[in-house]
Design a protein around this ligand. Structure first.
Ligand code: FES
Length: 174
């Protein structure tokens, strides 16, 4: 009998410890349903997200990456989520140049009280990536084949590159 398999994307979710990770917790405790496609990785702040984390996730087989953090103005590390926003915009442009649909990377703000929002964003991300289909990234495949499954970060395209787009001023620069 022929089956009609539904593509189940793998989504890596980098969540801020202080807000969106707790929003995920809240969604779970409130028994809100959302697809089990997302694998959460907790970081202390969305600003901690190095662009190479995202590229490594894609190179290691993720079909989509979600970054979630505190709302602008609520970051526990003052304005590091603005840094995450700048990196996100730069990464989306870079992914597009590499032949990866920018919709495969999403940035969302969710406070600890927004379990429903978090669940909704995960659901919408999974649906969007399911619509795009599996990611086949030739560069990643080549790197993976060469290194037996794990692409070394230093060989990924953004390694060592300044994550700040031209014209952006960060707190450290001020
Ligand atoms: S502490 Fe949550 S985004 Fe910075």
């Amino acid at each position: 009998m022929e089956t009609n398999p539904i593509f189940e994307p793998v989504i890596i979710g980098f969540t801020c410890n202080w807000c969106s990770y707790r929003a995920a917790d809240m969604a779970g405790m409130s028994r809100m349903k959302y697809p089990a496609n997302v694998r959460l990785i907790r970081v202390m702040c969305s600003g901690r997200l190095d662009p190479t984390f995202v590229l490594k996730a894609f190179a290691s087989g993720a079909d989509g990456v979600m970054v979630t953090g505190c709302h602008p103005g609520d970051c526990h590390y003052i304005e590091q989520n603005y840094k995450a926003l700048r990196r996100f915009l730069l990464l989306q442009r870079t992914l597009e140049q590499m032949g990866i649909e920018p919709e495969r990377l999403r940035l969302t703000w969710a406070s600890a009280a927004e379990g429903a929002k978090f669940a909704g964003e995960v659901t919408s991300m999974v649906e969007a990536v399911r619509g795009l289909g599996p990611l086949s990234w030739p560069l990643a495949s080549a790197a993976l084949a060469e290194h037996g499954g794990i692409a070394p970060v230093e060989e990924l395209p953004l390694a060592g590159q300044d994550p700040h787009p031209a014209g952006c001023v960060s707190q450290e620069d001020a």
